[in-house]
Design a protein around this ligand. Sequence first.
Ligand code: 0WY
Length: 374
Amino acid sequence: MTLPNHFELLATDGAARTGRLTTPHGMVRTPAFMPVGTAGAMKGMHWREVREAGADIVLGNTYHLMLRPGAERIAALGGLQRFTGWNGPMLTDSGGFQVMSLADLRKVSEHAVTFRSHIDGAKVELSPERSIEVQRFLGSDIAMQMDECVRLPAERDDIERAMRLSLRWAERSKRAFESAPDGYMLFGIVQGGDIPQLRHASAQGLVEMGFHGYAIGGLAVGEPQAVMLAMIDETAPALPTDRPRYLMGVGTPDDILEAVKRGVDMFDCVMPTRNGRHGVAFTRFGQVNLRNARHADDPRPLDEASTWPSARNYARAYLHHLVKAGETLGAMLLSEINIAYYQFLMQGIRDAIAHGTFEEFYQRTRADWSRGDI
Ligand SMILES: Nc1nc2c(CCNCC3CCCCC3)c3[nH]c(NCCc4ccccc4)nc3cc2c(=O)[nH]1
């Protein structure tokens, strides 16, 4: 059954696309980078700064929130937007990927993933039906199917087993989602590891079922960038052009630029906030590790031409000091500087595609990153 389409393609330039995704909590401009909130907050930042930096949509954290404070409790309090104060669009992952990454004593069966809560050790069962129920309780605008993602490198048999299980779970997720009000979306997730035929089979199976959008999963799990990009080349053309494509867990600015060039519309990654907390700044001219002693006497700001005040107004020497001293302000400033840079990059990408100048933007941006004089 074909689901309604809430995505509007505005322009294309080669395989790159720019568009708009309408959700119950607002509009999302694509290509979009979605900052990752952890347990209902953007570590070290106020939502006001996330919005001012240019983010239209953020990720909520199904795995953490269902364990604490609990999905039913958040629903009783009005849903994630009211609970957290972020009043814009939210996307939530299904939780299965995090269970496999974070939980201990986890087990995958046909029915569900079971694991021990890292908070109180309680046994938890996450089925496709429960994952959809949790995401509905959280009130997210875009829910993800429950899937099984295999780390790479992996045996073909294991990749195929997980891909076929994920297709069966896609069917169950879609059936469980059917009662959602109009406007709320469910994305399928393409699996298939680094094997083209399995990628095609997964994409075809999902497209036949019909979803509001399609995620490319099973990547950024240990494979070289070249393998990730090759799998995007295999997968994107097998997906409908009029629906959004979301590359999960990606990535560095370079990953994002390469994936946009290949037709990807949405991204999420913990890197800007996580690297920020570890003293690494993303700038127009590449990454700067402010823990490095070479910054101790440097009065220059990170980027005097930046659109983001904190990247213009603080000396590298000061940021170096904050990071070395373990001052919370250091993590806060670098988190917002990094989120702001990612959104600056996405705005540049959207403008370039809209003006048919993406190739020039791509070349100039990569040249700026490799100037190395930073
Ligand atoms: N369902 C599902 N999720 C995936 C995710 C989680 C995406 N972020 C969720 C978000 C929810 C809120 C809390 C945070 C996560 C992935 N993340 C990565 N690589 C990350 C690679 C990476 C990059 C930087 C640092 C660490 C790891 N590959 C992924 C593949 C899949 C997948 O097939 N299926």
